[in-house]
Design a protein around this ligand. Structure first.
Ligand code: NAD
Ligand code: WQD
Length: 346
């Protein structure tokens, strides 16, 4: 059984990936500082899977700490080495992710995102752990060249968060170049993850202010907010609202499993994949689907465009579909239904 270190495993995408990994017989070591989450998702995962997997307590370990703390990381790598369950690969989710906050708190973002990645990579190197799947973002692309983006599209992030992600990608590339026979690296550039686990029992429960569209739609539907403000109805799209490539978070979780298997079976290299569906949906279309599936009403108000937004951002996923044993299977309807279940439970 392979031991996988999951940093940021209590968060939105991390917790969903933990479920998929546990269901596929991996041993998990989760570390999280709970800067933007709590242990809740992890406790619920234990509850959900405990009946099904009698060995869960021997393969699901949780540590509360900061990825910048090298001693903390070292102790964990050492502990599992001593137990003869050495960490085989890392999935690195931990980090701060709010574009606007990255503009007001650049030092914190560079410290956590880039500083955290450096500490992690240093300790991985020290413990001969050379396989990593890294959470990057579509934000690394040059958003003047909007539209359908393949992995070779121009890179030019416009905010500290995006520059953090690109810097980490560059560090990973440099690391590979320094030891080309050792490192196996998958960089996943996610587009717009939405929804939650179909049980409705785990999902996004951030401590920080929400700015992403899908959780805001859910909050309006539940009455927590009185309306959804839509940033612009004058974009050059079918209904004037922005187009995004929304992907069900469970499909994104499965992409991590596929990437882990892929690097494990491939020669050492850096593999960069867009992870989306390859299909675009407008903001208004998403709202209408949400209303239809969940039989609710979302009051909207059009306001001016948000600074930094683009009309359209869709992933070209040909490379992922060709190389990974993976393709998205859930629909936007599924995401709206599952996300709403989660919202109702909270
Ligand atoms: P999230 O905030 O829910 O999860 C991140 C987790 O990292 C949280 O549990 C948080 O507590 C933890 N964390 C933060 N700082 C830490 C630190 N110093 N040490 C240890 N843990 C720390 O976010 P998410 O949506 O699950 O995103 C996961 C990753 O995917 C992030 O790296 C994010 O940048 C990236 N990403 C997210 C999206 C998205 O739309 N959600 C899109 C592209 C990329
Ligand atoms: C989607 C669409 C908005 C909120 C961001 C990050 C990206 C990645 C995913 C981390 C846009 C519109 C939104 C609202 C609205 N995260 N919208 N009213 O901007 O595509 O991407 O999250 O890596 O890096 O930049 O996602 O969900 O914020 O917006 O009209 O209240 O919804 O204008 O068209 P975005 P989003």
């Amino acid at each position: 059984m392979k031991t996988i270190l999951v940093t940021g495993g209590a968060g939105f995408i991390g917790s969903h990936t933990c479920i998929s990994l546990l269901e596929n017989n991996y041993r998990l070591v989760v570390i999280d500082s709970y800067a933007n989450s709590s242990q809740l998702n992890l406790d619920v995962i234990r509850e959900l899977l405990d009946n099904e997997y009698s060995d869960l307590s021997d393969r699901f370990f949780i540590f509360n700490g900061d990825i910048r703390d090298e001693k903390f990381l070292q102790d964990i790598f050492e502990k599992f080495k001593r137990m003869e369950k050495s960490i085989y690969a890392v999935i690195h989710f931990a980090g701060l992710k709010a574009v606007n906050e990255s503009i007001s708190k650049p030092l914190e973002y560079w410290s956590v995102n880039v500083g955290g990645a450096l500490s992690l990579l240093k300790i991985m190197n020290q413990y001969n752990c050379f396989q990593i799947v890294f959470s990057s973002s579509a934000t690394v692309y040059d958003n003047f060249f909007e539209g359908i983006l393949d992995e070779k599209a121009t890179l030019n992030p416009k905010n500290p968060y995006g520059r953090n992600k690109l810097t980490i990608e560059n560090i990973l590339n440099d690391l590979y170049t320094s030891q080309p026979d050792l490192w196996k690296i998958a960089i996943l550039r996610y587009f717009n993850p939405i929804g939650s686990h179909p049980s409705g029992k785990i999902g996004e429960l951030p401590k920080k202010d929400i700015s992403n569209l899908f959780p805001l739609i859910s909050q309006v539907a539940s009455g927590k907010r009185d309306k959804l403000q839509i940033y612009g109805n004058d974009w050059p799209t079918i209904d004037g609202t922005g187009i995004r490539d929304f992907i069900h978070v469970m499909d994104l979780a499965d992409a991590h499993l596929a990437s882990l298997k892929y690097i494990s079976n491939s020669r050492s290299d850096v593999y960069t994949f867009n992870i989306g569906t390859g299909k675009g949906t407008t903001v208004l279309e998403l709202i209408r689907i949400f209303e239809k599936v969940n039989k609710c009403f979302i009051p909207i108000e059009f306001i001016k465009r948000r600074k930094g937004d683009v009309a359209c951002s869709i992933a070209n996923v040909d490379f992922a579909l060709k190389e990974l044993d993976w393709f998205p299977t859930r629909t936007i309807e599924d995401a709206c239904r599952d996300g709403w279940k989660w919202q109702m439970n909270n």
